[in-house]
Design a protein around this ligand. Structure first.
Ligand code: HPA
Length: 278
């Protein structure tokens, strides 16, 4: 059996359950893949899973690499480079995030409409890879067709969705009340410690991206609120069924969205010309 997925998913917080739904699977532990970063925590090595989800060929990353763990930006984003080489065209990501928008509640799902990159090192720093331009345009980093599809699915299923700007920070500390306030003033709706590096590299590779945050804690309002890793996990687990329902359906429709995009514009993605220079 062969598989040639055009869709990849990073099984971040809130999406662990989806891994068990992948059928016809091949698994590659990270330590068996040349140059792949390997987790230093024993028993948490992670793997790439290839298989089918809702009839669609899929590549799933179970276990991601965070900058706060000590990985370089090149390590954190290496899996996305692998996705590109394997022909991935659409990437789905999820994460846990702290909400600063006063309309948000714990357990809300937030579609990421844009991001602010607060990581201290840029993932594209260094010699430019010929997958995209030296100075990439970022005006639509999160694909509007995928966002529209998610909204439709959520409506059909009666799931409430928030929308907002995700601020990517290095961690590992959660924010001080003053920091939450600052990120709010700067235009953020939620803050978290992942996603932005992978999305930047995916965008540079011409891979369309869709991201959802589960709001696991709140900050930046007048009352300072304590936050712990356990509470974040608990809130993420509560939201998991809804997040999973949306992503499962988006993946099932991913190939038709891709076909629709190609038909609608009838031209290659702008980065195709960069790909052809490789
Ligand atoms: N801040 C940063 N990262 C997070 C948070 C937060 O409040 N919640 C979950 N991940």
């Amino acid at each position: 059996m062969t598989t040639s997925p055009k869709t990849a998913i990073v099984l971040g917080t809130g999406l662990g359950q989806l891994a068990s739904e992948i059928t016809d699977r091949y698994e590659f532990p990270y330590q068996e893949i040349p140059n792949f970063p390997v987790s230093t925590v024993e028993g948490h090595s992670g793997k790439l899973i290839f298989g089918k989800l809702g009839g669609v060929d899929i590549m799933a990353m179970q276990g991601r690499f965070h900058f706060y763990e000590g990985y370089s930006m090149k390590d954190v984003t290496f899996p996305v480079r692998v996705m590109y080489e394997l022909g991935i065209e659409t990437l789905f990501v999820s994460n846990a995030a702290g909400g600063m928008n006063p309309d948000f509640k714990i357990g809300d799902l937030m579609i990421i409409t844009d991001h602010i990159n607060f990581f201290p090192e840029h993932p594209l720093r260094g010699k430019n890879f010929p997958t995209g331009p030296r100075f990439p345009d970022m005006h639509e980093t999160y694909d509007h067709n995928l966002i529209a599809e998610a909204e439709e699915i959520a409506k059909e299923k009666g799931i409430k969705l928030q929308h907002g700007v995700y601020v990517g920070v290095q961690g590992p500390t959660f924010e001080t009340p003053a920091e939450y306030k600052m990120y709010r003033i700067l235009g953020g709706d939620a803050v978290g410690m992942s996603t932005v590096p992978e999305v930047i590299v995916a965008h540079h590779c011409g891979i369309k991206t869709f991201g959802i945050s589960v709001i696991t804690d709140l900050g930046g309002f007048d009352v300072p609120v304590e936050v712990s890793h356990e509470e974040v996990q608990e809130a993420a687990n509560m939201a998991q069924p809804l997040m999973t329902a949306i992503m499962r359906e988006m993946i099932a429709r991913a190939e038709s969205i891709e076909a629709h995009n190609k038909e609608q514009f009838n031209t290659a993605h702008p980065t195709e010309e960069w790909k052809s220079q490789k």
